[in-house]
Design a protein around this ligand. Sequence first.
Ligand SMILES: [Zn+2]
Ligand SMILES: [Zn+2]
Length: 432
Amino acid sequence: MKAVLDHVGIAVRDLASALAFYRDALGLEVEAPEELRSQRVRAHFLPVGDAKLELLEATAPDSPIAKFIGRRGPGLHHLTLRVDDIGAALAQLKARGARLIDEEPKPGAEGALVAFIHPSSAHGVLVELKQSPVHSAIGTLHSAISTLQSAISRYTLGDLELISVSDGLMRVDGGAMFGTVPKVLWERKAPADARNRITLSVRPLIVRGARTMLIDAGLGGKDDEAFHEMYGVDRAQSLEASMAEAGIAPEDVDIVLASHLHFDHAGGFTYRDAHGRIRPAFPRAQYIVRRGEWEDATRTHVRNRASYRADNYAPLAEAGVLQLVDEDATIMPGVKVRRTGGHTMHHQIALIESKGKTAAYVADLIPTTAHVPDAWTTGFDLYPVDMLASKQQFVKGALAKDTLVFFAHDPAIAAGYIREQDGKRRVALAPI
Ligand SMILES: [Zn+2]
Ligand SMILES: [Zn+2]
């Protein structure tokens, strides 16, 4: 197997003195730290050629890094080797009797897949294998994500519980998804299949507080085979299945909130019953839609027609469960909507706040973590200049408030914190 050194992890007891050596004495550059909250670790990367050093600092006494230092003192913690096919690498190691900590690859940062090999097989060194998305055939990655991705992830925000749920995966033309960004740049983040399509997740969000709210509802199950084939739809982890896993029945939902009415957000608003009638999928819920979006969706034109399907929302009005909102407003305690425009004229995001903590469901304002830089907008956006202004405004606020951002279409990352240093943005993973 061919492997390239990706980074070397070093456990440090005293970050200031470690920086005095690695940064000041050696003269290496330090990137913005990345917080791995679930591990209670802060990571500081220092690029050295094509590889990096990673200084690992414990942020709590029960952090695995603190325990490591307690046992063995500060020093080399792990090596990370990048391989082209992590599945094949693990199979080869297993066949040769190596002891693996992870028998199957698991999702790592930025869409990578990772697995650890036990130090007892690597002569006292913890070795991590990593496969970057760019090196993987899309088919492998697609199925790996499909099997690895848990349907749900839960977060606590003050008094609210936020549950990211899945309505499966779809494939969309990569060029359309990245607008004016050249393919040589975007395919590093999102590899394309033979039909130039990239894999996207479909992730609605549940907010539980005073009431139970569902924000967007994914693709739903009404579409035919031709549609599934065109968009590569894989609903193995459907909204129905994810909600069941989260312990929430359709009758438990009080409010369904629409970011906008495109089919990958509003498809699950309705379902086809045994008699072929289309009905609201959440029988007790009020459905909240922006009036301008409703008007655009019910009076389509040639430029937006392909994104709207009346079956997803017209039955809501007929059933009397539709509530149109005209302006930015609080929808339930802790959740308010803000119009962003850009993607559609009346596209809106949900801003969530409890006990001084903030989160946001940004829908197609920032569909994936690759869309975090200002210029990375999609070709689907009807008003690109408005999009840019809204994104800049949102990111500024998110940086200031340390907002947990939920990405509706990222195949690997449900939620994270946007970080910015020297004009460069990245996303730090949120603990699950
Ligand atoms: Zn959309
Ligand atoms: Zn979308």
